[in-house]
Design a protein around this ligand. Structure first.
Ligand SMILES: Cc1ncc(COP(=O)(O)O)c(C=O)c1O
Length: 393
């Protein structure tokens, strides 16, 4: 498997590696552990499927067939124990896009939508863009992991919120929500009649002995649930722009389908469909190897901070390939830290980009080869030691 090859994505118009805005400022040998995509090629079976489709040569209008939806359902069934009906699924060109149109379809202008912060940054903008009011239910920082503040969430629901955009597993804090937490969440939503929109794009990255439960498995106990999944993170095909909306309730599904249709939103791209089909039909073994790779990379990062900077806190990584590290011991704003790190050849995401409660943190992307990860950590060490030594003098 190619997870450890020194894979070069420069000059492919990669957002992470080639952004012109950053190009002028960055040294040639920058290591980017930032944007959430992977620095190894997709699974060979996905490449083969794409090659075959490209070789055919015609890329006319395409539809998503029932066999494809059955493959998705078989994937979630064998990996996570829930089997959505093929007829419950719609497609969209990406998960953010799907959430946005779900807000537009299901929330009236001026109604309130809750998000749980710190969180993937587009959540902050798609809610107002979708015409709704944004309110936040901050997660509780329990020193090395986060928990849901159910009392605050209930207060938000009681005061009239109509929807929660849930992130499961959670980016950037790395939680895989336990079944008992989800039960509590569903009970609250049911009590206050709040729709749950669960972004499960990272559900295939469940690490160590954690177990993933999809909110979709709570249907028919509660019908106001919409789940979004995609092969994009799992198989490094985010640029192909494809996602699945699982909406078991017929009325909700009809509303979303009509909104997508009215706004001419289609995900019927022959390449993304073929990539997703191959991934869901035959991607298990490759994914399992990738998970073992991410777990090893996490250990490297955890050991690095324990041995070099024990004041840092590496949050438990239960899911995703994005590790959340508190580095407030460096005593300066994280935006400044990540800007200064560029000068040492390292690009990381500042926690503050995920909301004000991300201040003091950086997010490190582990989906890369081991040699590159070690080199990145060396660069971090050099930077942090320079700061610490400078502050002493
Ligand atoms: C939680 C979450 N949702 C959605 C996305 C992006 O999905 P898409 O590119 O399909 O819109 C990301 C990417 O990092 C993410 O972390």
């Amino acid at each position: 498997m190619a997870f450890n090859r020194n894979f070069n994505r420069k000059n492919t118009h990669s957002y992470k590696w080639d952004m012109p805005r950053l190009g002028g400022k960055r040294p040639d040998d920058i290591i980017a552990l930032s944007v959430a995509d992977s620095d190894y090629p997709t699974a060979p079976i996905v490449k083969r499927a794409l090659r075959k489709r490209v070789a055919h040569g015609a890329f006319g209008y395409t539809y998503v067939d029932d066999g494809f939806f059955r493959a998705v359902s078989a994937w979630t069934s064998r990996r996570y124990g829930y089997r959505p009906e093929p007829g419950w699924m719609l497609t969209a060109p990406g998960v953010v896009n799907a959430i946005y149109w779900t807000i537009r379809a299901c929330v009236a202008p001026g109604e309130t939508v809750v998000i749980q912060t710190p969180v993937y940054q587009p959540f902050y903008r798609i809610v107002p863009d979708g015409g709704a009011n944004l309110t936040v239910n901050p997660l509780i920082d329990a020193r090395d992991h986060y928990e849901i503040d159910f009392a605050d969430l209930e207060a938000k629901f009681r005061s009239g919120a109509k929807m929660l955009i849930f992130c499961s597993p959670h980016n950037p804090v790395g939680r895989v929500w336990r079944r008992d937490e989800l039960e509590q969440l569903v009970a609250l939503a049911k009590k206050y009649d709040v729709m749950l929109v669960s972004d499960e794009i990272h559900c295939d990255f469940v690490l160590f002995d954690n177990r993933f439960t999809s909110l979709a498995s709570f249907y028919p106990e509660y019908e106001k649930i919409v789940v979004l999944i995609a092969p994009s993170k799992t198989f490094n095909v985010a640029g192909l722009k494809f996602s699945l909306i699982i909406a078991p309730d017929a009325d909700i599904r009809a509303r979303i389908a009509k909104t997508l249709d009215t706004n001419c939103i289609s995900a019927s791209n022959p390449l993304s469909i073929e990539a997703a089909r191959a991934a869901y039909e035959r991607g298990d073994r490759w994914l399992d190897c990738q998970l073992a790779h991410i777990e090893k990379n996490f250990r490297i990062v955890a050991d690095f901070f324990r041995d070099n900077f024990p004041e840092a806190i590496v949050y438990h990584l239960e899911g995703t390939y994005l590790v959340w590290v508190r580095i407030s011991f460096l005593g300066r704003p994280v935006k400044q830290i990540t800007e200064e790190l560029i000068g040492y050849g390292l690009a990381l995401n500042p926690g503050s980009m995920f909301g004000p409660d991300g201040e003091g943190f950086v997010r490190i992307n582990l989906a890369c080869g081991r040699r590159r990860l070690r080199e990145a950590l060396d660069r971090f060490r050099k930077y942090a030691n320079d700061i610490i030594n400078n502050d002493k003098t």
